[in-house]
Design a protein around this ligand. Structure first.
Ligand code: FAD
Length: 469
């Protein structure tokens, strides 16, 4: 890249996570010259994709890494359930069908899978887990992309796209302290959501956003998304919607990943900073409910809550990277958590008294429930009476935002007038809102990114080589 003004390529890929790499490798394999611009430094490359662990895909039989079949109808029903039907049926069906045996393609591009895992999320049949997690997956993809001849620039932050009459011409990016331009015949924008853009989050959520923790990459600031919207791309998804889980409040502001997630909520009670309970902690199994708790905590005063447990439950869940706050009495625990001791003691006493006898069993929706308590605790309600007592502070942990760009089945960006931009493609989180109008399904973010990354790469290469979409 000695003379930056002369940078020219066939296919430009904006972003350096899963969707970007799938697009870049596919476009290169189709014969196009490909340049990938990743805003993060090399050590932090891979966006949110480097925090992932598993991918969900259609398969007709079990194999070394999946315990049984997962067919189209079941996949579709699962998607309808989590989205409440808010999905673009054609694109969703396409995603499911095109995911068939994706594991083989991933293998061929350097990914290694591990044998099925037992764990809190019960995904052994539907989702394949990568050996070494998302970081290893990204390293493998970067190595393969490099071998294929994809050119990669790190710390290359795309600031603008030159689009004339709905057609992409060039991108402007910051590199080594200077503004540079790259001309390309087509572009794939795969720059993720805008969850790391604290100003944008604040526009949507107000002051509350100051207390959000971003679980993933600080480089997913949504600049290319904003640029596309400003150029007239048709938005999809609610700007205020995001995937948020309850995580340990002591997690770093960015990039804490999965180890800061807390799975203890259903085994105790959760109170806000006024020591008041605010939701049924035992409504359903935790994997089905963990994604609503980020939002619940976001609506509490100062966006903080506390999970309170006793020693009967402390070994029932995967521990967070931070140890719990521990005390011999509820009052002492309250003081350590900076809660009003009298108020917390009163809540615990009322909770303990409301529990009707049952047989505790964390593997089923058991009959241990409260009676005449508001809000109720519907399952796994046991008195908090056995010291030591434990507390974990909780904050909303934002996984990704939902606002994105409308695309068609060729991964082409749809403009406000309904026309498809012939040489502008989008893949991954930036267009996931077409398929996930609300809710989330474990391992499906990568499915969307892999399927649409490959489609975008193929179509962008076709346009670059043949000159038409
Ligand atoms: C903790 C955690 C765990 C997760 N676990 C899973 C899981 O197990 N399975 C699953 O399917 N999903 C999981 N997800 C969701 C998953 O990470 C996303 O759905 C997926 O990684 C999105 O891929 P992407 O390529 O669209 O975006 P990303 O991987 O976020 O990549 C976006 C890329 O764009 C780059 N970029 C941004 N702006 C610019 C710019 N202006 N110029 C150049 N580059 C730019 C970023 O640096 C980054 O490289 C998890 C998310 C988190 C946070």
């Amino acid at each position: 890249m000695s003379n930056p003004e002369q940078i020219k390529t066939d296919v430009l890929v904006v972003g350096g996570g899963n969707a970007a790499l799938c697009a870049a490798m596919t476009a290169r394999e189709a014969g196009a010259k490909v340049l990938l611009l990743e805003s993060a430094p090399k050590d932090f490359r891979g966006g949110n994709s480097r925090h992932t662990r598993n991918i969900r895909y259609l398969h007709h039989r079990g194999n070394d890494c999946l315990t049984g079949p997962y067919l189209e109808d079941e996949f579709w029903e699962d998607l309808l359930q989590v989205t409440g039907g808010q999905t673009h049926a054609q694109l969703a069906r396409l995603t499911i069908r095109e995911s068939a045996d994706i594991g083989q393609w991933m293998n061929a591009h350097g990914c290694h899978f591990q044998p099925p895992l037992r764990g809190t999320l019960h995904l052994a049949r539907t989702n394949a887990h990568f050996l070494g997690g998302g970081k290893a997956l990204m390293n493998a993809y970067y190595a393969t992309a490099g071998k294929l001849g994809v050119e990669i620039m790190y710390e290359a932050d795309v600031r603008d796209l030159e689009i004339r009459d709905g057609k992409f011409e060039a991108a402007i990016f910051e590199f080594e302290g200077a503004s540079q331009k790259v001309r390309a015949k087509s572009v794939v924008v795969a720059s993720g959501g805008f969850q790391a853009n604290l100003t944008w989050l604040k526009e949507c959520w107000g002051e509350a956003a100051d207390n959000f923790i971003i679980r993933g990459s600080p480089y997913d600031r949504g600049r290319p998304l904003r640029v596309l919207l400003d150029h007239g791309a048709k938005p999809v998804g609610d700007p205020r919607q995001c995937h948020a889980v309850a995580i340990d409040a002591r997690a770093p502001k960015f990039d804490g990943g999965i180890v800061t997630r807390l799975d203890c909520v259903s085994f105790g009670i959760v109170v806000n900073k006024n020591a008041r309970r605010f939701y049924d902690e035992g409504e359903d199994f935790w994997p089905k409910r963990y994604a609503i708790w980020g939002r619940l905590v976001a609506h509490q005063p100062d966006q903080i809550a506390f999970s309170i447990l006793d020693s009967k439950s402390i070994d029932l869940f995967m521990p967070s990277v931070f140890p719990p706050v521990e005390a011999d009495t509820i009052g002492e625990l309250a003081t350590k958590l900076e809660l009003d001791p009298t108020a917390l003691e009163a809540v615990v006493t009322e909770f303990n008294k409301s529990i009707r006898p049952g047989t505790f069993d964390p593997s089923i929706l058991d009959d241990c429930a409260t009676k005449a308590l508001e809000p109720p605790k519907s399952h796994w309600a046991r008195p908090l009476d056995t010291p030591p007592f434990y507390g974990y502070p909780l904050r909303p942990g934002i996984t990704f935002t939902y606002l994105g760009i409308t695309v068609n089945a060729k991964a082409q960006v749809i403009m406000q007038d309904g026309q498809a931009a012939p040489n502008i493609h989008a893949a991954g989180e930036i267009m996931a809102g077409n398929i996930l109008g609300q809710g989330y399904m474990a391992g499906f973010g990568l499915t969307i990114g892999t399927v649409f990354g490959r489609i975008a790469g193929k179509e962008a290469a076709r346009f670059a080589i043949d000159g038409f979409a």
